[in-house]
Design a protein around this ligand. Structure first.
Ligand SMILES: Nc1ncnc2c1ncn2[C@@H]1O[C@H](COP(=O)(O)OP(=O)(O)OP(=O)(O)O)[C@@H](O)[C@H]1O
Length: 236
C-alpha cells in the first residue's frame, strides 16, 4: 500500500536517518520505535502529508494517497477548544459528509457506536475541556474510528495514559487491524510492541531495521537487556 524508495526525511539538509526503502503492505500493523529524537514523529507527519520528504519517494497503491486518519501526540492538541465530546467525534465524519453536510442518522449512529467502543457514551455531552488525559485520548480514538480511513497513523497513543484506557485502545487497534486497515503507530513500550504488533520499524541515525517485530526488537539494546533474565531462566 505504501512504498518507500530511498526516503529521506528531516527538517534541514541532513536526513534524520539513512534513506529508507520498503513497503507497508495493505492491512499491516506496524510499530515505529527508536530513541527520543530518532525521527518517529517526523516520519508519521511525512506519511500524513504534513511534511515533504527531503529526498527519495513515497508512493501509494492506486496512485494517490488514501484517506488518512492521523492522531498526533496529545501535547499538540488544543484542549481549550469549546466543543462537546460527541461534536468532536462527529468531526471525524466530515471527510465523508462534508463540513456542512449535517449529521444524518447513519453518521449519528457511527458516532454513538464509536463512543460506546471506547467506553465514553456517558460523557457524550461533556465539554472536551473537562476530560482527563485518558478520557480525551479515548474520545480522539472514537473520532479516528468514525473516519473509516484505510490508513491509520498513531503517534504515541499510550503515553501518559492509564492502563484501563490503554487496554481499550489496544482492543480498538486490534479491531482496525481485523478490518484490514493499515495501522502505523509510534510506540515506546517494547513489551507492548512484542505482544501486539506483528511488524516493527526501528529508526536509528546509523541504520533502520524493518520486518517481523521479534527480529527487529532484537536490535534494541534496552529490550535485549530486559529479556536477559528470562533467557537465563529457561537455559539448561
Ligand atoms: N519543526 C521542527 N523543526 C526543526 N527540527 C525539528 C522540528 N520538529 C522536530 N525537530 C527535530 O527533529 C528530530 C526528530 O524529531 P521527532 O519528533 O521526529 O523525534 P521522535 O523520534 O518522534 O522523538 P520522541 O520519541 O522524543 O517523540 C529531533 O532532533 C527534533 O528536535
Amino acid at each position: 500500500m505504501i512504498t518507500l524508495r530511498q526516503l529521506a526525511i528531516g527538517y534541514g539538509a541532513t536526513p534524520l536517518f539513512p534513506p529508507l526503502s520498503g513497503q507497508f503492505t495493505a492491512g499491516s500493523l506496524t510499530a515505529v520505535v527508536g530513541v527520543n529524537g530518532a525521527g518517529k514523529s517526523t516520519l508519521l507527519k511525512t506519511f500524513a502529508g504534513l511534511l515533504p520528504p527531503l529526498g527519495g519517494s513515497l508512493s501509494f497503491s492506486g496512485g494517490k494517497p488514501p484517506r488518512r486518519a492521523y492522531l498526533p501526540q496529545q501535547a499538540e492538541l488544543d484542549r481549550q477548544f469549546p466543543i462537546a465530546v460527541s461534536d468532536l467525534v462527529a468531526m471525524g465524519c466530515w471527510p465523508q459528509s462534508g463540513m456542512f453536510g449535517g449529521m444524518n442518522k447513519r453518521a449519528t449512529s457511527q458516532v454513538n457506536e464509536a463512543l460506546a467502543n471506547v467506553g465514553m457514551s456517558a460523557l457524550a455531552r461533556s465539554p472536551v475541556g473537562e476530560l482527563s488525559g485518558g478520557q480525551l485520548q479515548r474520545v480522539l480514538f472514537a473520532r479516528l474510528l468514525v473516519q473509516q480511513a484505510p490508513l491509520i497513523l498513531l503517534d504515541e497513543p499510550f503515553t501518559g495514559i492509564d492502563s484501563a484506557t490503554t487496554q481499550i485502545l489496544l482492543q480498538a487497534i486490534a479491531q482496525l487491524h481485523r478490518q484490514g486497515r493499515t495501522v502505523i503507530a509510534v510506540l515506546h513500550d517494547m513489551s507492548m510492541v512484542a505482544e501486539h504488533f506483528p511488524q516493527a520499524l526501528l529508526l536509528t541515525p546509523q541504520a533502520c531495521h524493518w520486518g517481523a517485530a521479534e527480529r527487529v526488537l532484537e536490535q534494541v539494546p534496552r529490550y535485549r537487556a530486559e529479556r536477559q533474565p528470562d533467557l537465563r531462566a529457561v537455559a539448561p
